[in-house]
Design a binder for this molecule. Sequence first.
Ligand code: GLY
Ligand code: MN
Ligand code: MN
Length: 448
Amino acid sequence: MIAVSELQARRAAFMKSMVAGSIAIFPASSEVIRSRDTHFSFRQDSDFFYLTGITEPDAVLVLAPDLETSEILFVLPKDAHEEVWHGRRLGTELAKVQSGVSACYDTSTLATQLPSLINGHSDLYVAFDQFPVFEQSLRSMLSELRNAPKRSKIAPDRLHDPRPQLHQQRLIKSPAEQAVMRHAAEISVAGHRRALGFVQPGVYEYQVAAELQHEFTMRGASGFAYESICGGGANACILHYTANTDVLADGDLILIDAGAEYAGYAGDITRTFPVNGKFTKPQREIYELVLASQAAAFEHLQPGSTIVKAQEACIEVLTAGLVKLGILSGTVREHIDKLSCRQFFIHGLSHWLGLDVHDVGLYQKGDKPVKLAAGMVLTVEPGLYFAPDDTRVPEQYRGIGVRIEDDLLINAQGHENLTAGVPKSIEGIEALMAQARRQQEHSHAAQR
Ligand code: GLY
Ligand code: MN
Ligand code: MN
């Protein structure tokens, strides 16, 4: 878990970046209605969580380095009736201890306290457009200050976005965050291993999703880090296929893209494997190619390098393979230059990973790709997708979609693959599936 001292250091680092005479306001998420009077499962805003560790709705954090009390947190008040219906609340005392802020008040005092905290500051940091309801009340507080009689109050006249600075902070994961992410990855690995042992012809995609969720939550995850993708056959060619309604057919592949969210942090793994436990020749050819392209990308994932370099290496391997398999005709060089493989590799190679599955942080500074540094965590996820009706492609490859995705932590030595525990070699996958089959037959025999 993240220590209170680390939460304090995160806030101190942000405050150091603020311009003189400024105040920053960070609202928490609010509950979102799912149906009439029931809500979606609550998910805290990642920036607010990063700065406070608090997982309650409707809280507000105020940072003002020039005030004697520079960190002020507002949380929902203790309320016996509300808590009986909707769950325990921390209350100001516990919230103060858990977040390590210097002062904590009830949100019922926000309307009176926030204007006086803002008063006199020339610059205001708030993530505009992200919290429309809160923004409305903030706007009326600002106009109240602006219209105070005889200019007795001062409203900020400059607005800043806190996200660029905060998101650069979030891009480098501390040792404590790395430990939490390692655990999120371990749980995600366990779910995928369970799915590998479960899949067989005749089971439904939603049953595979249920197996993943079972393993994730049994191991302490709050659930999926994003809607899981369990696509059999050509469903693998739909990048964000989350319907998961179809039955898995003998002879098809299944693509599973699923990750657990643990203590706020995401895992993000994709594996593609045969429903019946044995790759066919065309499936094997495409699979080996995607795997080789991922290995080529790995070679470039180290401090000082860039995602662009890794993607170039990946594209070279994919292109050479597509020419060799007769999917592209012509020379490898010409197709590398034309990026022809992008017809079938239709998404990016990598994204940052952290509190958000597509985590924050720049990919480019000006026209230069961001250099990798120790503490960054990113996915590496090459894929090839051949739609069933794509007549440009030899028939045996149509309807095949393959993606292989791992989570890498950049370290001084290069990188650590946090998700290496799910097999991805053809032998490794076939062996694990065969072993699971033997165990199932064994237990069925014992029950007879
Ligand atoms: N699971 C979403 C992604 O891989 O980016
Ligand atoms: Mn994914
Ligand atoms: Mn991903």
